[in-house]
Design a protein around this ligand. Structure first.
Ligand SMILES: O=C(O)c1ccccc1N[C@@H]1O[C@H](COP(=O)(O)O)[C@@H](O)[C@H]1O
Length: 205
């Protein structure tokens, strides 16, 4: 099965339109107001996405009310949650179609004892400035082990580019890959040549 490809941190309707033509499997929008790539859900909700491309809202430690509001206004198919505690919960009854992905570092997932039934996991790297979009790779060795032993599909994120994504897929064997800063021209603006090269490299494996 081809590797699932998500292009994250899209900040304008113009970029979304151009990226959609390149047919990634998912596009992501940062819903954390402290991020430099933040776009309010109301704005994302005005942008169209072709059928077959999942819309992912990316959150940091969100509460249920925040998620319910954003999921509705941003018309998200998936919510990706970073930095949630093992006791974090979300009542799926209100949003039965919505997938919930948990983003952690490989080390956090290794030690996690979460009771919530996440649909997918995403392995990323954090630094002192941000909890995502750092452009730094995570521990691929640990990611590889987790991917082997975890039943749910896992996406690999953090520091991927068109230069290393094929190697990452071959080496780590994730279900999917995710990129943000590695396909940027400058902060908040995607470089379409880089996006195209990233998708081609990921699908070449
Ligand atoms: O991009 C951000 O600012 C961000 C903020 C908070 C949580 C996640 C964020 N981005 C996510 O980081 C990964 C990897 O990014 P990169 O390729 O290393 O730049 C990506 O999944 C974004 O969803």
């Amino acid at each position: 099965m081809p590797t699932f490809v998500k292009i994250c941190g899209i900040c304008s309707g113009h970029d979304l339109e151009q990226i959609s033509v390149l047919k990634p499997d998912a596009v992501g929008f940062i819903q954390w107001p402290e991020s430099k790539r933040y776009v309010p859900a109301e704005e994302v909700g005005q942008w169209e996405t072709p059928e077959g491309i999942k819309r992912v809202g990316v959150f940091v430690c969100p509460g249920e009310a925040e998620l319910a509001h954003a999921a509705q206004h941003g018309r998200f198919d998936v919510i990706q949650v970073h930095k949630v505690h093992d006791s974090w919960n979300f009542d799926r009854n209100f949003f039965q179609e919505l997938e919930v992905w948990r983003a952690t570092t490989p080390g956090e997932l290794y030690h996690s004892e979460s009771g919530f039934d996440f649909d997918r996991f995403l392995l990323d790297s954090y630094d002192e400035k941000s909890v995502g979009g750092t452009g730094k790779t995570c521990d691929w060795n640990m990611a590889k082990t987790l991917i082997r032993v975890t039943e749910k599909p896992i996406l690999l994120a953090g520091g991927l580019t068109s230069d290393n994504v094929a190697e990452a897929i071959t080496e780590v064997k994730p279900w999917g890959v995710d990129v943000s800063s590695g396909v940027e021209k400058e902060l908040r603006i995607k470089d379409m040549d880089k996006v195209k090269a990233f998708i081609a490299a990921a699908r070449s494996v």
